[in-house]
Design a protein around this ligand. Structure first.
Ligand code: FPP
Length: 232
């Protein structure tokens, strides 16, 4: 049996379908999705998870209709304002990772403020991936490593050295990746970091994924046999 995963990551999917099934606008699904973010954050803290990461907005998501992109960014701003106290009360450090150059100055400033406020929290780290994609991460890491080390220095790099250039430097790779809504793909998420991650796919749509569903995924993880390519 595996213990509680140190790092749980979630591809939150199905907000649009959840809203459509109720005859509502897609954004209504995102609003309900924020409630699931809160529930899963609490459930993760309660279970003793040390890192919870969420794929909130991909580099590809910029291609969605402008109104939906704007609403998602607004929701992020609102969540940042509304959740400060809950995060501090629960000892949760807040971190945003991704291509932050594409975010508005206003959102970046709000993110920085919340990251600073919660910097001393040690019970759990909540990582929100915003404007992130796995291929972008690997490419930016390669460029930074090349700029710092030069062509010869790069020849001496090993995998652990390369890890330090990814935006996830210092964060353990996910032990468990959950994807909701029945889709079974990685969608350009943590490509390098998921090399040995256990995947749990569920048909539940993200707005319906709350504490019981989160705990059930932890139980599924506990029953998995992790071998890392070795023989046991
Ligand atoms: C996927 O559903 C969901 C998203 C792209 C956005 C997730 C964002 C939130 C839940 C809100 C804010 C997050 C935080 C961290 C406060 P979809 O729209 O792709 O659904 P569909 O596949 O049914 O169309």
């Amino acid at each position: 049996m595996n213990a509680v995963p140190e790092h749980v990551s979630i591809i939150m999917d199905g907000n649009g379908r959840w809203a459509k099934a109720r005859g509502r606008e897609r954004v209504y699904g995102h609003v309900e999705g924020v409630e699931s973010v809160r529930a899963c954050t609490e459930a993760a803290v309660e279970a003793g998870v040390k890192y919870l990461s969420l794929y909130a907005f991909s580099e590809e998501n910029w291609n969605r209709p402008e109104a939906e992109v704007n609403r998602l960014m607004e929701l992020m701003m609102e969540a940042i304002h509304n959740e400060v106290k809950t995060l501090l009360d629960n000892g949760v450090r807040f971190v945003v990772l991704g291509n932050r150059a594409r975010l508005s100055d206003k959102l970046n400033a709000a993110i920085d403020r919340l990251m600073e406020k919660t910097a001393g929290c040690t019970r759990m780290t909540l990582i929100v991936f915003l404007s992130y994609s796995g291929k972008w991460d690997i490419l930016q890491a390669m460029k930074r490593a090349a700029a710092e080390k030069g062509a010869e220095g790069i020849q001496d790099m090993d995998i652990a050295d390369f890890d330090q250039y990814l935006v996830t430097a210092g964060i353990p790779d996910p032990d468990l990746l959950i994807r909701t809504s029945g889709e079974q793909r990685i969608s350009n998420y943590l490509l390098w970091q998921c090399a040995y991650t256990e995947f749990v796919f569920t048909n539940t749509l993200w707005p319906d994924f709350r504490k019981p569903e989160f705990r059930a995924a932890l139980e599924t993880y506990a029953s998995r046999d992790r071998r890392y390519g070795k023989v046991k």
